[in-house]
Design a protein around this ligand. Sequence first.
Ligand SMILES: [Zn+2]
Length: 254
Amino acid sequence: MKTAEILKRLVQLSHELGREDRQLAILGEGNVSADLGDGTFYIKASGSPLATIDGGGFTRVNMSPVFEALDQPDKTDDEVRKVLETCRVDKKAKLPSVETFLHAICLKEGGAKWVGHAHPVSVLKILCSKLGAEPFRRHIFPDEIVVCGRHLAIVPYVDPGIRLAVALRKSLRLFRNKYDTSPRVILMVNHGPVVLGQTNRDVLSLMLMLDKWASLLAGIYAVGEPQFLEEKNSDRIENRPDEHYRRRAIGRLK
Ligand SMILES: [Zn+2]
């Protein structure tokens, strides 16, 4: 896909995620990125609102300096800013998001081509509760497994920026060691989700299904306890051939 087409789709995806009625992100919240396949990627510039962003709200950055910076995560705020300034392909472009480090890891180590991060009201109702990410370890309906996957990766609360990216990398590697694949959803406790897709459509599907799942959980906890699916039934959904077909049909698998 041409760079201009990827940028166009990033803008479209941002508008979908930033829609006021969806309550996934307001003001400058959230960010999206896409791999350009040549050692660079597009990432939202710092502070740009998803709802109204245009092509100028994205910055193309080099993967290498971003990745090298992760070897020394104890950087001062000024040093982090320096990395964000120097990683830009076009030095006149806006400063990329402070979550550039996190996106770089998802694109390089998480097997993703497109990445989305938001602060959905529904998901934060759970992640900011005493339960944290625990309710998402089991399932309550089949389609959340089909779209979001049987298991999600979880990251404890860490200061946003380079330290959070390092914590996320650790959780991604643990997940890969355990399940021999990358997660489609990463939940950052007291912060929000990151979704890993192969296409722009994947990112939106993942975020919308996760939002539905979390809305259901929040409503269920308001009246009682969830009736979780049995583990064997959740495993069955994940492995059924017809569910693989459905997953492809919604754009999850190539
Ligand atoms: Zn965030």
